[in-house]
Design a protein around this ligand. Structure first.
Ligand SMILES: [Zn+2]
Length: 425
């Protein structure tokens, strides 16, 4: 079988959510007059660029200081993953989906932010894997080097690919050995399009049927020399963007009503139209904030912006999300207002929220936390930091923080979660 050609772009990052706060701060600072028009990527050792130290320091979160080199790495990572627009000049700009993602996180819309996170990376790796570099893609779009497309084709035929084989495909034709495979696999998994599992004691990879429309869109795409990679990544939903239909189909399937409405505004823009500007994005953000944010904010303040899991120390409004106990898409005639019902909400940090929505733990109406044995299975927790898993484990049988003035939950909701979402003990 053919070896994948090219030094395939990868992000070299775990894309940790904890970096969001830094990027947000830098994003805001980059709009100050003193920084506008300057390049964030220039040489910090040149005395003329002393301002870089001030700018980097603006990214500070908590007590960790930020040096120019760290600032540069973080911005580069967010660009590579498709969250920020590809430009060396300040101010920083979110890509259209990047902005919706950041907004979802801030609003505590965990399901939306998870979905956006994956699709941003999916669009980015699909686009960037055309050839070695952006420039190559722009000048010589070439199907032969479309790595992700090849991988999909292979998996259609063979269902799974082993770690060894994938590693061979990625690093096989280059002199590089070692880390590239793990970086790339990281991106593939984070895109949501591929799943890792263990088969006969071996790590193997397969397609994730949940995101079939995006997989299909990549499979069907024939590169054209018309739009630049940069634009595809900045405006993935605009008319003319190659993976637009795939993304829209997925958003229709899984996005909340508010997010879908915001996305509907973005998708009517033409990619060649340079009028996509912040005013349009502002409008979509206004839609996305919509009706739901009141509920999310109320829940978060009920918990003083702290994660309800007793062993978890996450706090602060960026990392805390309002989680629905019974998912808001469930149409339940007994609880017609479940989406806005404060009894149907609990404040969790993003990683606890992920694990809760994945059914790795549940709690009963008294708030007692019950852990699923599946929490030990690698596949289920692969996207969650081990540290965070530990926090849940030490909270087993303990009582969840119930929030101000609440001594028990509505059993209707907690039962729903236990029966339909919890993976079982
Ligand atoms: Zn937590």
């Amino acid at each position: 079988m053919t070896i994948f050609l090219g030094d395939w772009f990868h992000s070299r990052t775990t894309g940790k959510l904890s970096e969001l706060a830094t990027i947000q701060n830098l994003y805001i600072a980059s709009r100050k007059n003193e920084y506008i028009g300057k390049s964030w990527s220039i040489d910090r050792r040149n005395p003329k660029n002393a301002w870089l130290y001030n700018f980097s320091a603006e990214g500070i979160t908590g007590s960790k200081s930020i040096q120019p080199s760290t600032m540069q790495t973080k911005i580069r990572n967010f660009i590579r993953l498709g969250f920020l627009e590809d430009s060396t000049l300040l101010p920083l700009k979110w890509t259209s989906l990047g902005l919706l993602w950041s907004n979802s996180v801030k609003n505590g819309e965990g399901e939306d932010s998870n979905l956006l996170y994956k699709m941003i990376i999916a669009n980015s790796i699909a686009t960037r894997s055309f050839t070695h570099t952006n420039r190559d893609y722009d000048e010589y779009p070439n199907e032969d080097t479309l790595v992700v497309k090849k991988l999909i084709k292979y998996l259609r035929k063979n269902t799974v690919i082993s770690y060894a084989k994938l590693s061979d495909l990625i690093d096989g034709d280059t002199s590089r050995v070692g880390k590239n495979t793990s970086y790339w696999i990281n991106d593939l998994i984070q895109s949501g399009l591929f799943i890792e599992k263990i088969m006969e004691n071996e790590r193997v990879y397969s397609l994730n049927a949940e995101y079939e429309p995006m997989i299909q869109a990549i499979e069907d795409y024939v590169p054209m020399n018309r739009i630049r990679a940069k634009e595809i990544i900045a405006y993935p939903l605009a008319i003319g963007a190659p993976f637009r239909e795939g993304l829209i189909t997925i958003f229709k399937q899984y996005a909340s009503d508010n997010l879908l409405e915001a996305i509907n505004t973005l998708k009517n823009i033409n990619i060649s139209d340079k009028l996509i500007d912040e005013r349009i994005l502002d409008r979509t953000i206004a839609i996305q904030r919509g009706r739901n944010s009141g509920w999310a904010n109320d829940i978060k303040s009920l918990y003083d912006y702290k994660c309800a899991i007793p062993g978890c120390d996450a706090e602060g409004s960026i990392f805390i999300e309002a989680a629905h106990i019974m998912p808001h898409r469930v149409n339940d005639i007994l609880r017609p207002n479940s989406k806005e019902d404060l009894n149907n909400g609990v404040a969790l940090c993003m990683s606890c929220h992920k694990m809760y929505d994945a059914g790795l733990f549940t709690f009963d109406l008294t708030g007692k936390i019950i852990i699923s044995n599946f929490i030990y299975s690698y596949e289920a927790v692969q996207n969650v930091e081990q540290e965070n898993v530990q926090r849940i484990l030490i909270s087993s049988n303990k009582k969840l923080n119930m929030g101000h003035g609440r001594n028990q939950f509505d059993g209707h909701y907690t039962n729903y979660h236990k029966e339909h979402i919890f993976l079982g003990e």
